[in-house]
Design a protein around this ligand. Structure first.
Ligand code: PGA
Length: 251
């Protein structure tokens, strides 16, 4: 079945007021794009980005599983919504590695965000060593099974509001990209896991590819079966780099 592509930018720890012009330029292009577009900016920029680009999907990059409480430095789903965010990334490998987030944490975060009404991008991906050991598909499939939300409150809205991003760790920010065969093999495996978890609704959930996506490789990656968009880091910071990726997704 045809799934409309989603191209989400992940600004990571980049972005201050001076960069709001980029948000605005990207939002203007998004209005006529043939794909859904979103930008996940630092929490400090969410509210101003929403004001700079009314109607455009601005997101956070992480969320705490609790709604409120003694969690210094953390942000809840209701706070993201309050700031104007519509979505959030959870389980990015930079958080799994640097903040020691487990699949259980990621699942709880996804359930909290979906329950609050946000859309969610759940990230999974293997290390270099795991791929070299021939364990990439098994490892990432297991990661997805353990990270997927099962909250019944969220079930009704899941297909529309949940996306998965396959991001091989060794491809993030390195300029290295898996072969289209390897991407296709992984996305097919993840599609099977989504069907196992959600039945027919698993066919409606978008599976994004992430890791060194840029203008020069986007069209080829989007041509792979079961690639329903991209999570883009470095190439999402400037409209000039990001817009050609939106065009490739719209084709
Ligand atoms: P990259 O990052 O596009 O800079 O490789 C992707 C990501 O980490 O989401």
């Amino acid at each position: 079945m045809a799934r409309r592509k989603l191209v989400a930018g992940n600004w990571k720890m980049h972005g201050v007021a001076a960069d709001l012009a980029e948000v605005n330029a990207i939002s203007v292009a998004a209005e006529t794009a043939g794909a859904d577009v979103a930008l996940c900016v630092p929490a400090t920029l969410i509210e101003r980005a929403v004001r700079a680009a009314p109607g455009f999907a601005i997101g956070g990059q992480d969320v705490h599983q609790a709604d409120k409480g003694a969690h210094t430095g953390c942000i809840s789903a209701s706070m993201l919504l309050d700031a104007g965010a519509r979505l959030t990334i959870v389980g990015h490998s930079e958080r799994r590695e640097a903040q020691g987030e487990s699949d259980e944490d990621v699942k709880a975060k996804a359930e909290s965000a979906l329950g609050a009404g946000l859309s969610v991008i759940v990230c999974v991906g293997e290390s270099d060593a795991v791929r070299e050991a021939g364990q990439a598909v098994a490892t990432v499939s297991g990661q997805l099974d353990a990270s997927l939300p099962h909250d019944p409150r969220a079930a009704a809205g899941i297909p529309a509001r949940l996306a998965v991003a396959y991001e091989p760790i060794w491809a993030i920010g390195t300029g290295k990209v898996p072969s289209t065969d390897d991407i296709g093999e992984m996305h097919a495996a993840l599609r099977a896991r989504l069907r196992a978890a959600y039945g027919g609704a698993g066919d409606d959930i978008r599976i994004l590819y992430g890791g060194s996506v840029k203008a020069s490789n986007a069209a080829e990656i989007f041509g792979v079966a079961d690639v329903d968009g991209a999570l883009v880091g470095g190439a999402s910071l400037k409209a000039a780099d990001f817009l050609p990726i939106l065009e490739a997704a719209s084709a």
